[in-house]
Design a protein around this ligand. Structure first.
Ligand code: PAF
Length: 279
């Protein structure tokens, strides 16, 4: 499994190859959620490329860029076992030779400033910029993203569509522990007690989903009760929101299906999760 550490080498390695190329962008510290993306990619494509890059431009100044778990040796072992064809693990200087301030960036529409974007200014522009660069470097036919980051998936789909990128963006369902807790690299920040309480996040979302599917249309009250339940379980709540699944706006007459999303801090970990609901 070739591991390419710079853009030129990856391009040379992929040049002239045949068949559909699939890309799984990651920031490493791989878990079963990432491996589900790899499996989906291998099933749909002839060549699977996994990128491992902790992208500085999507972290705010007070966020965990410095401490973000970097576990390249373990990651490479998992990817070899998962029979990945190529790994792309570039250095920051290779991806951003102009530095952060000199970098041309993708600027997303207002949707990027709501939900997670409201408390993480610039985060989604940083994500979109690195993903656009990865799309240009790898030129994949398909690229795979977890549904756990639903707002990210929605924005990357919008970017690919509106900037006429020829890649198909594929969403892969969230992988969960048996408690319902969505797998995430940031779960390592949870103590044992917090890990037990963290399962409340998915329980609250599932409760709202059931209420909505049983006819509740008072979304604000459902959001408020969800926030209260999370606060009682010790979370510092960022948001609990019932949204149109595609446009992520509050539900309106055109809404065909809903997504119920939440973000909340538990100790050092900022956890996010979402579930779909039919109406
Ligand atoms: O979801 C992630 O891990 C990151 O945001 C991504 C898509 C790899 C971009 O850095």
């Amino acid at each position: 499994m070739p591991v390419c550490r710079d853009i030129a080498t990856l391009r040379d390695t992929l040049r002239g190859g045949e068949g559909a190329i699939g890309l799984v962008p990651t920031m490493g510290n791989l878990h079963e959620g990432h491996l589900a993306l790899v499996r989906a990619c291998r099933q749909a494509c002839d060549v699977t490329v996994v990128s491992i890059f902790v992208n500085p431009t999507q972290f705010g100044p007070s966020e965990d860029f410095g401490n973000y778990p970097r576990t390249l040796d373990d990651d490479l072992r998992y990817l070899r076992e998962a029979r990945v064809d190529h790994v792309f693990a570039p250095a920051v200087d290779d991806m951003y030779p102009q530095g952060r301030d000199g970098q041309v960036t993708v600027s997303l529409p207002a949707l990027a400033n709501t939900l997670c974007g409201a408390s993480r200014p610039g985060h989604f522009d940083g994500v979109a910029t690195v993903v656009a660069k990865l799309f240009n470097i790898v030129a994949p036919d398909k690229s795979f993203f977890g549904e756990k980051d639903w707002q990210q998936l929605t924005l990357i789909r919008a970017m690919a569509r509106q900037l006429d990128m020829r890649v198909e963006v594929v969403g892969v369902p969230t992988v969960r522990e048996s408690s319902g807790l969505a797998l995430s690299s940031r779960n390592i920040y949870l103590s044992d007690d917090e890990r037990r309480r963290a399962a409340t996040l998915n329980r609250v979302l599932t409760w709202i989903k059931t209420a909505v599917e049983e006819g509740c249309r008072d979304y604000s009250s459902a959001e408020e009760r969800g926030s209260r339940d999370l606060a009682e379980a010790g979370f510092d709540v960022d948001y609990v929101a019932v949204r149109d699944a595609e446009r992520l706006c509050p539900p309106d007459a055109e809404t065909a299906s809903l997504r119920i999303l939440a973000a909340a801090r538990l100790g050092r970990a900022r956890l996010i999760d979402n579930v779909g609901a039919t109406i």
